[in-house]
Write a new protein. Structure first.
Length: 255
C-alpha cells in the first residue's frame, strides 16, 4: 500500500513538474521518498526539480541518494553529473557521466553530456594537464604500458610555472606507479626521488619508493621511507604495515 501511494505522489509530482510548478513537484516527490525510501526514481525526479530551480547542492544530494538505492541506476549517475557540472566540478561530472554511458552505452543524451563535461574540464587546462588526464584513463583501464608513455609525454610538456610543476610531480608519481607494475623498480625509485627533491613530504612518492626498495631487498632504505611517510601521516595504512613488516625482520628506521 505504501508503495502504491508513493507512486501516486510521484505521478502527482510529475504533473506539477510539467506545469512548471517545481516547488510543488518537490513536495510530492518528498512524500514519495518518505513512503518508499528505496526507490531511486523518486530521488532522481526530485534531483531534476532542484536542478531546474538552480539548487544544485540539493540536486547533487538527491542524485547520490538515488545511486545509493541502486548503484546501476544510470539516470542517477546522469543527474549527479548534471548537478556537479552546474557547480563547475567538471572532473567529477565527467566521471559521473562516464558511468552513465558505461551503464547505457547507446544513450545519446548521456554521450553528449560526457563530451560536454570533457570539453568543460579541459578548458583552461595546460597541455601537460590534458595529457596527464589521458594517462589516468589509460592507467585506470589497465593499459599500464600506454599510461607510462603518456605520463612521459605529459612530463615533457610541463612548463616551469607553479601549476605545471605540480602536474609534473603528479605525473612522476603516477609513472612510478606504472614502473612498479611493469617490474621496473629502478625507474620507480628514480621518479620518486625526483618528486621528493621538490616535495620531501610527498606521501605517494615515499610509499612507492619504499615499496620499490623493499622489492629489491634494500630494507633499510625502505623502512626509512615508510617511517617518513608515517611521521607525515600516522593514518597511512600502507606505511604502518610496511613499518611493522620490516620491524619484524629486525630493521629499525633512522630517526
Amino acid at each position: 500500500m505504501a508503495t502504491k501511494q508513493a507512486l501516486k505522489y510521484k505521478d502527482e509530482g510529475n504533473v506539477h513538474f510539467k506545469a512548471g510548478e517545481h516547488a510543488k513537484a518537490i513536495e510530492k516527490y518528498t512524500y514519495a521518498t518518505e513512503l518508499d525510501p528505496n526507490n531511486p526514481v523518486f530521488y532522481t525526479n526530485r534531483s531534476n526539480a532542484y536542478y531546474i530551480m538552480k539548487n544544485y547542492e540539493k540536486s547533487e544530494r538527491d542524485a547520490r541518494k538515488s545511486i545509493k538505492c541502486k548503484a546501476t541506476w544510470e539516470k542517477g549517475h546522469y543527474r549527479l553529473g548534471m548537478a556537479l557540472q552546474a557547480q563547475e566540478k567538471f572532473k567529477e561530472a565527467k566521471d559521473a557521466f562516464a558511468e552513465s554511458v558505461r551503464l547505457k552505452p547507446d544513450n545519446g543524451t548521456f554521450k553528449s553530456a560526457l563530451a560536454g563535461a570533457k570539453a568543460a574540464m579541459m578548458k583552461g587546462m595546460s597541455q601537460a594537464e590534458i595529457i596527464k588526464e589521458e594517462g589516468n584513463i589509460a592507467f585506470k583501464g589497465g593499459k599500464i604500458d600506454e599510461a607510462e608513455k603518456v605520463y612521459t609525454r605529459a612530463i615533457n610538456a610541463c612548463k616551469s610555472d607553479a601549476k605545471d610543476t605540480a602536474i609534473k610531480l603528479a605525473c612522476l608519481a603516477n609513472r612510478a606507479a606504472c614502473y612498479r607494475q611493469l617490474y621496473n623498480p629502478d625507474g620507480c625509485i628514480d621518479d620518486c626521488t625526483e618528486v621528493l627533491k621538490i616535495d620531501p613530504r610527498h606521501q605517494k612518492a615515499l610509499i612507492r619508493r619504499a615499496q620499490a626498495y623493499e622489492s629489491m631487498e634494500r630494507y633499510q632504505e625502505a623502512i626509512d621511507d615508510y617511517f617518513q611517510c608515517f611521521m607525515i601521516n600516522s593514518k597511512a595504512t600502507v606505511a604502518s604495515q610496511g613499518l611493522n613488516r620490516l620491524r619484524s625482520l629486525g630493521f629499525r628506521a633512522k630517526k
